[in-house]
Design a protein around this ligand. Structure first.
Ligand SMILES: Nc1ncnc2c1ncn2[C@@H]1O[C@H](COP(=O)(O)OP(=O)(O)O)[C@@H](O)[C@H]1O
Ligand SMILES: [Mg+2]
Length: 496
């Protein structure tokens, strides 16, 4: 698939790719109704099996999102032979069939070999690096059968003990997942699957993007989300069930791992994004965004007929105002960026591990790429925990009340928070006192819950009660506390 062949057939290739995207609902339910494609680059990656990369830019009409780059790993075969590979045919051009190489075991195994042997390829407009991480040594072997898992944002090709995560759509400059994993490796953090290598496309220094990551596959693992849902279901039948106790131990283990991850991010020797102290203007900016989020949430809720009491309104505003008034909220560093129960995996051999450092896909790239307060990770994790536990109230056959689920969720929150605070060594990086740390983290949680309530009321009204119940609990808890004002302490010079 030489560049000149692609250029000669560009219109036919793009029409075929577009039809394939629509037919396969390439982005799941998010496949845009109207979009145009433009070919950025194409070229051979391998000669045998014959595989290439098609890099196209997708422009979604009417979308506020910038154009995305879609890296397509394709197999190229004579039309007659293509049916043997079992990979879906994207389109045929003359007597050549372009297949979806992600579903072709031969292509994926060969790509893996190319990563292990550090292959750099010059394409028509840029360079493709299939790179092995410096720590990997020895022969990778052949791996076993290929298994494909597809998600909306990427495809996971599993080959025995290794896996490729190939992005479905990325932006120029989007290499944050690699940067963060590398930062954690440099800091000696071991609670994640081992990075083996990556595929990167570079057109210019700024125009570079991560096509995929090759890492160790942890066999027989389950996610924290699965364990939480099983535990919530067991709790609903019998709060004394052993699964409940086991899950509480898991929460402590995950909280400890979270503290270790943040310690590593705060002390990493990586040159990217050194930790910096949050300025007061920055914090005031967060509070303004939080307040705007609350105003929007409140009006959506009122329109939906939900009772937003004066006490709730007062509580949320006071929480944000107190946060804005803080003179020191600690350091901003790399963070996980999209931390929730589904990003933690447990296996017999490794215990808890954390995965997926690509950041929150709903945030713009410059935000995902930047530094943030580590307590945002804690807040977003606890929101997912609340969904797993309180979401149980939607199931049938529960023997406990919604209030008991609320109480258990609160208990798990406290367990996570106290374990995290006990284990984080870089205490200097967090707000100065425990009271201040809790205030900031509660504000982040509240912000996330408000956003969730707005989104649920619009998209899944039956789920709105989960974030709403959280806001009610927050209102009750802070009403009790509220009269005890939070002392603002300035940081002694020696700690600067
Ligand atoms: N190294 C791994 N070993 C085993 N399972 C994994 C591994 N990495 C990811 N997974 C599983 O695949 C799911 C999706 O992977 P993830 O990296 O979180 O991508 P995304 O959420 O962006 O689709 C995870 O929730 C986890 O269940
Ligand atoms: Mg994930």
């Amino acid at each position: 698939m030489t560049a000149s062949w692609c250029e000669g057939n560009e219109a036919r290739i793009l029409a075929g790719v577009k039809a394939y995207f629509i037919q396969e609902s390439w982005w799941g339910h998010e496949t845009p109704a109207e979009f145009t494609l433009q070919l950025i680059d194409c070229g051979d990656i391998l000669e045998d099996p014959f595989a290439g990369l098609l890099l196209v830019e997708i422009d979604q009409h009417g979308s506020r999102k910038p154009a995305h780059v879609v890296p397509l790993i394709v197999g190229i075969e004579p039309v007659n032979a293509a049916t043997d590979s079992h990979a879906p045919v994207i389109c045929s051009v003359g007597d050549v069939a372009i297949t979806d190489g992600m579903h072709d075991a031969r292509v994926m195994h060969a790509l893996r070999q190319a990563v292990h042997t550090n292959t750099a390829l010059t394409l028509e407009h840029g360079e493709l690096l299939l790179h092995r991480h410096a720590s990997v040594q020895g022969d990778p072997g052949n791996g076993d059968a290929l298994e494909i898992h597809t998600e909306s944002t990427n495809i996971l090709a599993i080959m025995g003990t290794e896996q490729f995560k190939i992005q479905r759509a990325v932006e120029w400059g989007d290499v944050i997942e690699l940067t963060r994993i590398d930062a954690l490796i440099q800091a000696g953090f071991a609670r994640m699957p081992r990075l083996l290598g990556w595929i990167e496309y570079r057109r210019t220094h700024e125009e570079r993007t991560l096509v995929g990551i090759l890492s160790e596959h942890v066999p027989g693992s389950h996610t924290g989300w699965e364990q939480a849902r099983n535990a919530a279901s067991a709790f609903a039948k019998n709060p004394a069930d052993t699964l409940v106790e086991e899950f509480e131990s898991s929460i402590m283990a995950i909280a400890t791992m979270t503290a270790q991850m943040h310690d590593a991010f705060l002390t990493t020797p990586t040159p990217y994004h050194k930790a910096v102290r949050a300025s007061q203007e920055e914090v005031a900016g967060w509070a303004a965004v939080m307040l705007a989020g609350w105003d929007e949430c409140r009006s959506i809720a009122l329109r939906a007929g939900l009772d937003i009491s004066e006490a709730m309104d007062r509580t949320v505003r006071a929480l944000y105002e107190e946060t804005a008034a803080m003179t020191d909220v600690g350091m901003l560093s790399h963070v996980h960026g999209d931390f929730h129960l589904g990003q933690t995996i447990w296996s017999e051999s490794r215990g808890w591990n954390v995965v997926d450092f690509a950041g929150d896909p709903v945030l713009p790239l410059e935000v995902r790429n930047g530094v943030a307060c580590p307590l945002r990770d804690v807040a977003s994790f606890l929101r997912s925990l609340d969904y797993a536990v309180v979401g149980q109230l939607h199931e049938r056959g529960n023997r406990v009340s919604a209030e008991q689920l609320d109480e258990w969720s609160d208990r798990l929150h406290r367990l996570f928070w106290t374990t995290y605070m006990q284990h984080v060594h870089a205490r200097w990086a967090l707000p100065r006192t425990d009271v201040h740390a809790e205030l900031v983290f509660t504000a982040f949680q509240c912000e996330k819950a408000c956003w969730q309530l707005s989104v649920e009321l619009q998209d899944r009204p039956e789920w709105a009660d989960v974030p709403y119940r959280f806001l009610q609990r927050l209102t009750r808890a802070r009403d009790v506390l509220h009269q005890a004002s939070v002392p603002e302490l300035s940081r002694p010079e020696s700690l600067e």
